[in-house]
Design a protein around this ligand. Structure first.
Ligand code: UDP
Length: 415
């Protein structure tokens, strides 16, 4: 059997105070159509990164409206996750060629995982490329789920995907009954148009990461990590990944610090099990930081979990997400929801979340990031106003309840 991820309970009714009774009723109506449906989500890792974050809320919410939902994760190996990380990079336009050895490692491991796929489902939702070929091997599974509808959820921006890698994946993902994407622009022209759905990711306002946190807690948590909430600070929360450009953030910070000498920078990032590159990037950033005391490099290794991330995002004067490529960037919605303005790379799903000049700014270079950060640090009332706009933008578009409704509607239309 694949590893089943244990989950907390969630109740849709608890969200009524945030989204209103009418929205809750609409979701219940959508759920009635698929009452009792059996849904399996399959992903590569139970924690670390956006997909794990999403499913930890989405699956319990499905259960709370009468869907029999489950989440299982595939088994990997260092070599497999090395290959799939390269695939991830290649699908974002970089990475190495996908050689025969990599193809073999990938297919062998996905087959191995498919042989462990037990249970009968009405809908099987496969996330991202790591387990994507499971649909191809499904007849070899102990429960082939022949009657199930298979849906591929691609979280990646495929705009500049390396053709050799995408050509490998296309025949596997084209077999699915439907695919779900963050934005229309991410869908390659070669993807069969029938069955393409758009449903951007969302954040959970009731998760420990996003719940209100009283100021004394924020101050104390920051203090435990040597961060002074009385001094200005920039924060970026991200996996240690070159696409998140932590070195660019450090460079921008150094430019701003020339004007604001007591400025602090927090770079907090978890290490995901499916991301072998993380430790290497951490070391590179640590070397570049060159022991500067006001640059705080933190991760789950120092016990930075959801509450700490919540506190850092709230304590930030300005949140940065200077990605060079980004599927969506949950960290942007998380910070906006906390009423903080965000400077986000002008890429991928970040552009859905930040309306330039309204909720923060879209930035395309180190210099622009530094200039916008300085502007907001010098005008805290303006910064707060952008953050307040961002919170309402997230309330209307990027809360888990919207995603729940999208998926219920999709299941209803396929069932
Ligand atoms: N995250 C975290 N701890 C960290 C770094 C990241 O909990 O130290 C979370 C972050 O808050 C967000 C998710 O991991 O919820 C990252 O999702 P995002 O879409 O921003 O990026 P991805 O990692 O999927 O590329």
């Amino acid at each position: 059997m694949l590893e089943r991820v244990p989950l907390l309970d969630k109740e849709l009714a608890d969200y009524a105070t945030i989204i209103g009774d009418e929205a809750v009723e609409r979701i219940r109506d959508a759920a009635r159509v698929v009452d009792g449906a059996r849904v399996l989500h399959v992903s590569a890792t139970p924690y670390g990164g956006g997909v794990a974050e999403l499913l930890a809320t989405h699956v319990p919410l499905l259960r709370s409206v009468g869907v029999d939902a489950d989440w299982q994760v595939i088994h990997g190996s260092d070599e497999f996750f090395g290959v799939t990380k390269n695939v991830h990079n290649a699908l974002q336009g970089a990475g190495e060629p996908f050689d025969d050895r990599s193809r073999h490692v990938y297919l062998e491991k996905v087959l191995e995982n498919t042989l462990l796929l037990e249970g009968d489902y009405d809908f099987v939702v496969i996330h991202d490329p790591q387990p994507a070929a499971m649909r191809t091997f499904r007849d070899q599974a102990p429960s082939p789920n022949a009657g199930a509808k298979w849906i591929w959820r691609c979280h990646i921006d495929l705009t500049d995907a390396r053709p050799d890698v995408w050509d490998f994946f296309l025949p596997h993902v084209a077999q699915y009954d439907a695919s779900v994407w963050t934005m229309p622009g991410f869908v390659p022209a070669s993807m069969p148009a029938g069955g393409v759905h758009i449903a951007p990711p969302c954040i959970d306002p009731l998760s420990v990461k996003n719940l209100e946190l009283p100021d004394p807690f924020v101050t104390e948590i920051c203090r435990q990590y040597g961060i002074d909430t009385d001094r200005p600070m920039l924060v970026q929360v991200s996996r240690f990944d070159p696409w998140k450009d932590p070195l660019g953030v450090l460079e921008a910070y150094r430019i701003v610090r020339e004007e604001i000498p007591d400025l602090q920078l927090v770079l907090a990032g978890s290490m995901a099990t499916d991301d072998p590159e993380g430790f290497h990037v951490w070391e590179t950033v640590d070397a570049a930081r060159a022991g500067e005391r006001d640059v705080h490099l933190l991760s789950n290794i120092q016990q930075v979990g959801n509450v700490q991330i919540n506190a850092f995002q709230r304590a930030a004067d300005v949140v940065v997400q200077k990605s060079l490529r980004e599927g969506f960037g949950l960290t942007v919605a998380e910070a906006l929801w906390k009423g903080r303005p965000v400077l986000g790379g002008n890429v991928g799903g970040i552009v859905l979340q930040i309306r330039d000049g309204v909720d923060g700014h879209l930035v395309s270079s180190v210099e622009e990031t530094a200039a916008r950060a300085l502007e907001l640090l010098r005008a805290p009332d303006h910064a707060d106003a952008l953050g307040a706009n961002g919170r309402e933008h997230v309330r209307s578009n990027f809360l888990s309840t919207r995603e729940l409704e999208d998926w219920l509607t999709l299941f209803g239309s396929l069932g």
